[in-house]
Write a protein that binds this ligand. Sequence first.
Ligand SMILES: [Zn+2]
Length: 203
Amino acid sequence: MNTQTKEQAPLLSEEETLKLFTDSGALLHGHFKLTSGRHSDLYYEKFTILKNPAVCEPLCRQMARLFSEQQVEVVVGPTTGGILIAYEVAKELGVHSLYAEPGESGDKRIFKRGFSLDAGQRVLIVDDIVTTGRSMFEVISLVESYDAKIVGIGAMLDRSGGAIDLGYPLSALTTVSADSWTPEDCPMCKEGKELTQRGSRSS
Ligand SMILES: [Zn+2]
């Protein structure tokens, strides 16, 4: 009888993770117009990863391992990408996952579908990308409103270059620093580089 636990692949280094993002076409370099109207030299096409289990699953497994010592009881992610990531990470950790949906007013997150948390429950919050932290802050408020205990925050990509302070420790699989400029100040516009329109709400 094989009593060994499931063999664990070595954790990817941050460099290897970044390479996975780039090779899969999720992280694009160029000259992009974001929904905010600002211009950026980096664009993250998150659904390139989320639609591909062969890439998404190992990344989520990796994220789960970052929190394997935290006695996580439930994983919570914001719609839409966070649903998939929370589910995969929860599967790895052997716990349940919940997702937080936009409320009526659109400026906060709520649980629907009978989802709830217990006071003191150990919660891991996950999402794909952190830029301004807006979605994360909304989920943090929601989880705090149940007096649950946030034991960690995980993201696939921290686009803030590590600058963001969520009030809880953030563990990202990889961190990049993406600059953005107003069109007037954009150095790539000054160079006459062709502009690509991209982007959804920056989260
Ligand atoms: Zn520009």
